[in-house]
Structure formats: structure tokens, C-alpha cells
Design a protein around this ligand. Structure first.
Ligand SMILES: NC(=O)c1ccc[n+]([C@@H]2O[C@H](COP(=O)([O-])OP(=O)(O)OC[C@H]3O[C@@H](n4cnc5c(N)ncnc54)[C@H](O)[C@@H]3O)[C@@H](O)[C@H]2O)c1
Length: 320
């Protein structure tokens, strides 16, 4: 297959690129390196079936350069950070909605039959009921979540109006190697990074807020099953998660268990963040029934794997 992956130098995108390059597909990555990093795809740059295009999905010129005989597009490029979206909502909407619009138009113009769009559980806002299925109200409050609602619904209208074949992939939170662990990063990566430096995890609010976490290997499986499905299983949105919830307090405890070397280290609680989602817990029946999706890495094992990666490989990645 010839696949365009936008945001392919980021956390998820670099893993998907690696998987598909190794499977022998021809992969084109577009990334403006806003949050991604060439180190993430360093081992792919010399591969014959991989091409990196340093560009912005909002740039109209890009669409004159891209190959048009693509079998699929995996559209991941986005401004993903909630805090940053609160500081600069315009940029977030510009990238997440405007960029998605451009990709959809490109796909429509060139009859590209399979598009995966990275929506997110953040569109649901805090759980109004659990577990949260695809019919859960779209009640995000922060600009990141609302920009993703807009993009998710744009995909829906391209499916309904133009029969485009977009799969709207709604992953709950995920974690694994290469996720950013500085300021604007994932909570698990930030906690591990701090604890390995003997600094306490910082928890916003009482830490009772919960999340449903998948390890990156299961996210790859989710995208792969969707990509290779001959149908359009995510036409109306499809959830992927673990179906199990953990509180931020429990996450901090597990990170301290696997990464901590000083038993006196304890989490610090600071003021809650405005508009933070309080509860996310996925109903993944649709993914199970339509794609036979079954997450395989238990949460605690995922934490252990990630701590091992930090101890053994992370520094290597950043040497170059
Ligand atoms: N990480 C999670 O827990 C999670 C959960 C659900 C959905 N998602 C979605 O999955 C996708 C990938 O997330 P991630 O965690 O890998 O994030 P990431 O920030 O690592 O990846 C996004 C990539 O997009 C690139 N990018 C940003 N703006 C761009 C632009 N205008 N043009 C080209 N490239 C641009 C960034 O440089 C980055 O490499 C995102 O769309 C995100 O919303 C993530």
C-alpha cells in the first residue's frame, strides 16, 4: 500500500510509520515538527520505502507536492495539548480543523478510498455515564476537545455527503516510548521522567480523576485493524481503549513502584486545572464486535515496559 501519514514524526505516527515501513509499504510522512522530532523516525530516513516531507498540513502548496495515487491516509497531525489549546485556541483550531479540512478535500479530489482520522475520547468531555460508548454526548469543554469535535464531525459530513470512507478513530488515552515527557506531555511519561530523577509526581487536584489507558502496541493494533478492514467500521466513530479505568493517584503509585528508588518519594497535589476531564472509561464493544479488537497489554505491564525503555533506550534515542 502507499500510505500518507500526517504527524508521522510524532509519538503515535512514528510507531505506525515504523510498522508499515517494516511491512514493506511505501510510507510518506508529512510533519512540521511542531511536537514531533526527527529522532523518532531517524532509523527510517534511509529506508527506500520511506519519504519524509517537512511541511505543514495547512500549507496549500503541500498538496501540489504530494503523490495522488495513495491507497490510504492516516491523519494524525494535530496540536494535541490541552493547556496549549487554552493559551492559543486559534492555532489549535487552525491546525486541528483547518488542517483536517485540507486533508479531506485532498482525499475527495483524488478519490483516496481509505482515510483514518485520529479523533479522541476527549470529544466526550467528562463521562455522563460509564462505560462511554460512541453515542455518548460530545461535551468537551476545552478548546482542544472542541476542535477535535469539529474535525470529527467534518469527517462525518464528508462520509455522508461525498461517501468518502473516513474511519473516525476515537482512542482513549494511550502511552508508550517516545511520548513527550516535558511540560506539554502525557501524564505517565511526565511522572516516569520525574520519578527517575527522584522528583515527586505532581498531581492536579485530588488525583481521583480517572483515565482509560492503552499501551502503544494496542493502539497500533487498533489502527491496523481499522486500516485493513474492507469496510468502513469507523464511519460514525469507533472507540478504542482498555475498558478499565485508573485514577491519577493509582497511576502515580504504579510509577513510583516501578521507577522509584526512594520509598520516601510521594506525589505532590497542586490546584486542579480548569476544564480538566474528570472521568474517562471506554465502552469498546463496537471495536470488539466489528474488528475483533482485544487490548492485550495490561496497564501495570505497560508501565513496567515503559520504565524499562526509559532506563535502557531513551538516552540512546536522544544521542543523535
Ligand atoms: N496521545 C494520546 O493519548 C491520544 C489519544 C487520543 C487521540 N490522540 C490523537 O492521536 C494523534 C497523534 O497523537 P500523538 O500523541 O502521537 O501526538 P504528537 O504530538 O506526538 O503527534 C502529532 C504530530 O503532528 C505534528 N503536527 C502538528 N501540527 C502539524 C501541522 N500543522 N502540520 C504537520 N504536522 C503537524 C506534530 O509535530 C507531531 O509530530 C493526534 O491527532 C491526537 O489528537 C492522541
Amino acid at each position: 500500500m502507499r500510505i500518507l501519514i500526517t504527524g508521522g514524526a510524532g509519538f503515535l505516527g512514528s510507531h505506525l510509520s515504523e510498522k508499515y515501513v517494516n511491512e514493506g509499504h511505501k510510507i510518506f510522512v508529512v510533519d512540521n515538527l511542531l511536537n514531533g522530532n526527527l529522532n523518532n523516525i531517524r532509523t527510517l530516513l534511509h529506508r527506500k520505502n520511506f519519504k519524509f516531507i517537512h511541511d505543514d498540513v495547512r500549507n496549500p502548496e503541500l498538496y501540489r507536492k504530494l503523490p495522488t495515487d495513495l491507497d490510504a491516509i492516516i491523519h494524525l497531525a494535530a496540536q494535541i495539548h490541552v493547556d496549549k489549546s487554552i493559551v492559543n485556541p486559534e492555532e489549535t483550531f487552525d491546525i486541528n480543523v483547518g488542517g483536517t479540512m485540507k486533508i479531506l478535500e485532498f482525499a475527495r479530489m483524488h478519490d483516496i478510498g481509505k482515510i483514518l482520522f485520529a479523533s479522541t475520547s476527549e470529544i466526550y468531555g467528562s463521562a455522563k455515564y460509564v462505560p462511554m460508548n460512541e453515542e455518548h454526548p460530545l461535551a468537551a469543554e476545552h478548546p482542544y476537545g472542541v476542535s477535535k469535535i469539529a474535525a470529527d464531525r467534518l469527517c462525518y459530513t464528508y462520509n455522508e455527503t461525498y461517501n468518502l470512507g473516513v474511519d473516525i478513530v476515537r482512542c482513549f488515552n494511550f502511552f508508550g516510548p517516545r511520548q513527550k515527557d516535558s511540560g506539554y506531555g502525557g501524564v505517565i511519561a511526565i511522572f516516569i521522567n520525574r520519578v527517575l530523577q527522584n522528583k515527586p509526581p505532581i498531581i492536579y487536584g485530588d488525583g481521583k480523576q480517572t483515565r482509560d489507558y492503552m499501551y502503544i502496541a494496542d493502539v497500533l493494533e487498533a489502527y491496523d485493524k481499522t486500516l485493513k478492514s474492507p469496510n468502513n467500521p469507523g464511519k460514525y466513530g469507533i472507540n478504542f481503549g482498555s475498558g478499565i479505568e485508573f485514577s491519577v493517584n493509582e497511576i502515580a503509585e504504579l510509577v513510583l513502584k516501578y521507577a522509584g528508588s526512594d520509598s520516601r518519594l510521594k506525589p505532590i497535589h497542586v490546584d486542579p486545572r480548569p476544564t480538566e476531564v474528570q472521568r474517562l472509561f471506554a465502552d469498546i464493544s463496537k471495536a470488539k464486535n466489528t474488528l475483533n479488537f482485544q487490548p492485550s497489554v495490561k496497564f501495570e505491564r505497560g508501565i513496567e515496559l515503559l520504565v524499562n525503555w526509559y532506563k535502557n533506550y531513551k538516552s540512546e534515542l536522544w544521542l543523535y
